[in-house]
Design a protein around this ligand. Sequence first.
Ligand code: G3H
Ligand code: 13P
Ligand code: ZN
Length: 326
Amino acid sequence: MSAIARYTELGLVNTKGMFTKAMKDRYAIPAYNFNNMEQLQAIIMGCSESRSPVILQCSGSAIKYMNSTLLRLMVKGAVEMMEDLSGSVPVALHLDHGDSFELCRSCIDSGFSSVMIDGSHYSLEENIRLTKQVVDYAAEQDVTVEGELGVLSGVEDTVSSEVSHYTKPSEVEEFVGRTSVDSLAISIGTSHGAYKFKLQPGEEPPSLRFDILEQIERLVPGFPIVLHGASSVMPEYVAMINRFGGKMDEAVGIPEEQLRQAAASAVCKINIDSDGRLAMTATIRKVFAEKPGEFDPRKYLGPARDELIRMVKYKNEHVLGSAGHA
Ligand code: G3H
Ligand code: 13P
Ligand code: ZN
C-alpha cells in the first residue's frame, strides 16, 4: 500500500530532536494518550500554553475507536488550531503499544511520526526480530521507533499481564545494538492503570528500581529511556470521583517526586493516560452531581477539557520539567 500521508504534511516531527534536547537539559517529554477531540484539544492547548514539546499517543484500540482517517485529520487540525491560538510547539504523533508489524506499518503510512512496537512479551530473539523489522520500515520515512524490554503488570492495550518482570540490564545493549531502535521502554516498577500498588492503610508506595535504571544508563549512555505506567493517579481526582458517586478507593499511582527523579535521568519520555482519564471523569461526575438536569455534552465535556488543560500544564511545569523547552 502506498502512504496516505507523511507526518511532515500534518505539521508533525519525529521524536529524535525532542529526545536529544530532553537528555541534554534533563527533563522528560510528556506522552499523553487521547481517544477523542476534547482530550486532543486539551493536550495541544496545555502544551502550547506551557511551551512544552509533546508526544500525542494513541493505542491501536484508540485508533479504531476514533477511525484512522478522522484521527489523522483531527491531529492536522489540532496543530493548525494551536498555531493560530497560542503559538506552535513540536508535536509528534505516536502509536502506543503497537502489537504487530502490520499495525506499525499502517500507522507509518497514515502520518504517524513515531511508533512503538511492543514485543516485550516475546522471547528476546523474537522481540529483536520484530523490532528490527519495524525499524527498517520506519527508517524509509524517517519515523522513530520505541521498543520495550521487560514486562509491566496491568493492561497494555490487547496485552495484559498479572505480574511484572523488571528489565534485565544485561539484555539492553544487545537489544539496542541489534535493532537500532530510537528509544526503549523499560520496566522498573511502574504499571498501567489506576491501581498500581496494593497498599495497607498508611503504607507508602514502594520506590521504583532506580538501581536498574542506573545500570541501564551506564550500559547505553545517552540513550533515550521511556517510562510507561507513569500516572501519579492524582489523589485530588480520585477523591473527587469518590465524593461525586464513583468508587475508586484503592486507586494509587507513582509519587510525583519519583517521576521528577526519573525525568532528570535518561528517561526522556513519560507516558500518562490514567491521570487524564481521572481528570475528565472527576469533572464530569461533579457537573452531573451538581446539575443533575444537565444534558448538553458541551456543558460537561467543556469543563472536563478545561480541567485536562490545567492538569497538562501542571505536569509539564511541576513534574516532567518540559515547560518552556519548546
Ligand atoms: O498502555 C495503555 C494505554 O493506557 C492505552 O490504553 O488500550 O485502553 O487505549 P487503551
Ligand atoms: P498510565 O496508566 O500510568 O497512565 O500509563 C499509560 C501508559 O503507559 C500508556 O502507554
Ligand atoms: Zn504503556
